[in-house]
Design a protein around this ligand. Structure first.
Ligand code: SF4
Ligand code: SF4
Length: 510
């Protein structure tokens, strides 16, 4: 059936290149020699390791626990030995992050699964299981799923959307997952719907995914509606799909729940089913490897698998004049390091000729094509001009942060201007400025508090000294100690010491 369809404006029809990788069944790669788990690979704070180097771990064993509400648990995807906890490259770019490294022993020994939740488990119990299982949004953003469920427990959810609209070219991991695991996806959707007491539930796929549609529909019923939407890029964007299916708008900088909607990716729904019914944490995901490789297709990859391993299994020999994109051609990013691991949000590795990735850009001819296709109705040309000129305030005034970096504007630009790169750089520049301002403000507040404490100590009544442990100290020694502490604060501030991320951003001074 066709789902409700409201116009959302913009978008572009792009060559799909899906047949390259979606015709064969997904494959299980051989075990890699090691698995790498970044403690932070999603929105939120890093997980806290509960193992140490030298420990033996089993498949399904928890390696790291969520350290805050917006965080995730990590689990070993097979048995082995913890070899290291340290900084390793993570994708994309040249970023490094703290990772747990497991040397795989090949024995595949597991911990026992958790018992399934009872059929009448409530939203709180489901939420707790999702925390325990480390389920996060697998569609790209990586938002912890339990946080979304919590939002749904406290606010009215009119519509739950399970997003199978895999609109970016080349990527077919969700397509294959829907064909091969429709039972789990629909069951997971039902658990999510019950958890948040949603009024309706839609599972949406694109019109050119007939096999996935048929597989899902065979498990659907009155409580879960499965249907298709036009294959227009980026129909699978969160705000675009919500607008299309409900007619409601998510406010600028707002969340879907403000439009009465919760959205989860199909792979997330499958992970919910595994956690709730099969008692298994999130340990693997489907990853498309496609483009210029000998055997394109989809892999059931263990989380932590180095990208190089999947590329090798797909018959790719090396860089040469090629680039490996993590993600699709529209929103993905080129990898500069192939030992980066597959994480819960890694959907695709696309190998392309470098010449196709970077084309010579020309001056803007003010054709307006970028404005026509923008799904958020931004003035993409003006944003580019402001970003290029470094006028970040003006770019912000034009709602730069509403840009979803879909790349539709760059795709249609006849001058081949890498528009999204300009937007990303502008966003990064604004974020860096805000971080500097926040740090300076916090340092100022801390120093002022310290000065106040110092002044209060100097004017404290003599009688207080006898009641205080400090009262037993020599007054001159006490002042000297305080002065030394203040000097340490000044010295640290002068050195512009970066915040300590392990201490919630506090430097620990003063
Ligand atoms: S599509 Fe490219 S050339 Fe046309 S207005 Fe936009 S930035 Fe300029
Ligand atoms: S990348 Fe941003 S500006 Fe360009 S079309 Fe997408 S949302 Fe609009």
């Amino acid at each position: 059936m066709t789902l409700p369809q409201h116009a959302w404006g913009g978008g572009v029809r792009v060559p799909r290149h899906k047949n390259l990788s979606n015709t064969g069944a997904s494959r299980v790669p051989p075990l890699p020699a090691r698995l790498i788990y970044p403690l932070r690979s999603h929105i939120g704070t890093a997980a806290r390791p509960i193992i140490k180097p030298g420990d033996r771990v089993l498949r399904g064993q928890c390696l790291a626990q969520p350290d805050t509400y917006v965080s995730q648990a990590l689990h070993a995807a097979t048995s082995g030995v913890v070899r290291d906890i340290g900084d390793f490259p993570v994708a994309p770019g040249d970023i490094t992050a703290t990772c747990i490294v497991i040397e795989v022993d090949g024995e595949g020994r597991s911990v026992d699964p958790w018992p399934p939740l009872s059929a009448d488990a409530d939203g709180d119990a489901i939420q707790r299981r999702l925390v325990e299982a480390g389920v996060i949004g697998m569609g790209g953003a990586g938002f912890p799923s339990h946080v979304k469920v919590r939002e749904g427990l406290t606010r009215t959810v009119q519509t739950l959307i399970i997003n199978g609209v895999e609109c970016e070219p080349y990527i077919t991991c969700d397509d294959r997952l829907m064909r091969e695991h429709a039972t789990g996806i629909v069951a997971g959707a039902r658990w999510l719907k019950r958890a948040v007491n949603a009024g309706e539930c839609f599972i949406a796929v694109e019109e050119d995914m007939p096999e996935a549609l048929a597989a899902l529909q065979s498990h659907a019923g009155e409580d879960v509606t499965v249907g298709s939407v036009p294959a227009i890029y980026p129909a699978g964007g969160e705000k675009q799909l919500i607008k299309m299916l409900t007619g409601r708008e998510v406010p600028s900088k707002g969340l879907p729940i403000q439009a009465g909607v919760l959205m989860h990716n199909v792979a997330t729904a499958q992970a919910v089913y595994q956690a709730v019914v099969e008692g298994r944490p999130l340990m693997s995901r489907y990853v498309t490897v496609t483009g210029s490789v000998q055997q394109p297709g989809n892999w059931q990859a263990l989380l932590g698998t180095p990208v190089s391993h999947l590329l090798q299994q797909s018959g790719w020999g090396g860089y040469g004049k090629q680039q490996v994109i993590m993600g699709g051609p529209m929103m993905g990013m080129a990898l500069s390091h192939l030992e980066v691991p597959v994480t819960k949000v890694t959907n695709c590795l696309l190998v392309q000729e470098a010449a196709r990735v970077s084309m010579m850009s020309m001056p803007c001819i003010r054709c307006g094509e970028c404005l026509r296709v923008c799904p958020v109705q931004l003035n993409a040309r003006a944003l580019y001009e402001y970003a290029r000129a470094g006028d970040l305030d003006a770019a912000q005034d034009l709602h730069l942060f509403d840009c979803i970096e879909c790349g539709a504007c760059a795709y249609v630009c006849p001058s081949h201007i890498p528009l999204v790169s300009y937007y990303r750089q502008a966003k990064a520049g604004i974020a860096a400025t805000e971080r500097r301002q926040q740090t300076a403000a916090e340092n100022r507040r801390r120093y002022e508090r310290h000065e106040q404490r110092l002044a209060a100590d100097q004017t404290a009544p003599e009688t207080a000294e006898s009641a205080s442990p400090a009262g037993t100290m020599d007054k001159e020694a006490m002042r000297a100690e305080i002065t030394a502490a203040v000097e340490r604060v000044r010295a640290k501030r002068a050195a512009n010491e970066p915040p300590d991320p392990t201490n919630g951003g506090e430097s620990g001074a003063a």
